[in-house]
Design a protein around this ligand. Sequence first.
Ligand code: NAP
Length: 290
Amino acid sequence: MTIIDGKKVAADIRAELKVTVDKLKADGKSVPGLVAILVGEDPASKVYVGMKQKACDEVGLYSKLDRLSADTTEAELLQLINQYNNDDKINGILVQLPLPKQINEDAIIEAILPSKDVDGFHPINVGNMMIGKETLYPCTPHGVVELLKRYNIETKGQHVVVVGRSNIVGKPVANMLVQKKEGANAIVTIVHSAAKDLASLTKQADILIAAIGVPEFIKADMVKDSVVIIDVGVNRVEDSSKKSGYKLVGDVDFASVSEKSSFITPVPGGVGPMTIAMLLQNTYLAYSKS
Ligand SMILES: NC(=O)c1ccc[n+]([C@@H]2O[C@H](COP(=O)([O-])OP(=O)(O)OC[C@H]3O[C@@H](n4cnc5c(N)ncnc54)[C@H](OP(=O)(O)O)[C@@H]3O)[C@@H](O)[C@H]2O)c1
């Protein structure tokens, strides 16, 4: 059994990007720029945005953080997005979700220029992904596909079962893997909470992708021998032995499932670090097409 080291792969991607950005600087060119907009004081969002800023700095990207108060109106946020849509120094605009309830998330996502939508959530980018065009792909699903590629895990003709159908993970990862291209070309099944006999479906998986949001939901008796496990879940569970009082676990019961699997991502250190690496890659892609 091989543990897929997402932390290392993400560090490799950042290092590769740093070489590219250093070359831009040496050639006297501008560097890719990313703005993160954080509305309100959600503690988890603050942590994520901080991690993104740190990763940008490490790679040498131009990064900017706009912190807005929790009572920001939708009109004010739309105006700010419009300003960055027209700012040549900014190639990627990231609005950290969730947003306070007075702001319509769809309206905000649709206001970002598709060419600067580094989260890959704009309907134009989602549509391009769906029809198999190169585009700005959503970061977490893209990170999953990249991990499979970098570990040379065959996807062509393999049965991928995705548990979860969210717009940010389940649906896009299924979509990316079903495309008729290198690194995809899989037979894909999406399952969700309406499944009548979930285990009979997950047991068919050559590659199982769990994006459920329920701690350690996938157990050993739900998978077949030699399955490849990609665990997208990040769940906090109480752990009195930790200083913080909690630990992070995935959607897969790692202890039992790892014994049956051929490859498995750990939590933390699997898919999680890939999300930010792919965000940086998207910012470079947006820059290179500008
Ligand atoms: N690593 C990262 O960077 C990253 C990024 C995003 C998310 N995540 C993590 O990934 C997990 C999923 O996130 P998400 O945003 O996709 O969650 P979500 O929007 O809550 O979607 C969860 C999906 O799982 C399905 N589901 C829930 N309980 C189920 C059950 N008992 N049986 C079968 N299906 C079930 C739901 O089915 P229905 O549609 O029928 O309700 C839904 O489609 C979370 O732990 C989240 O923290 C990690």
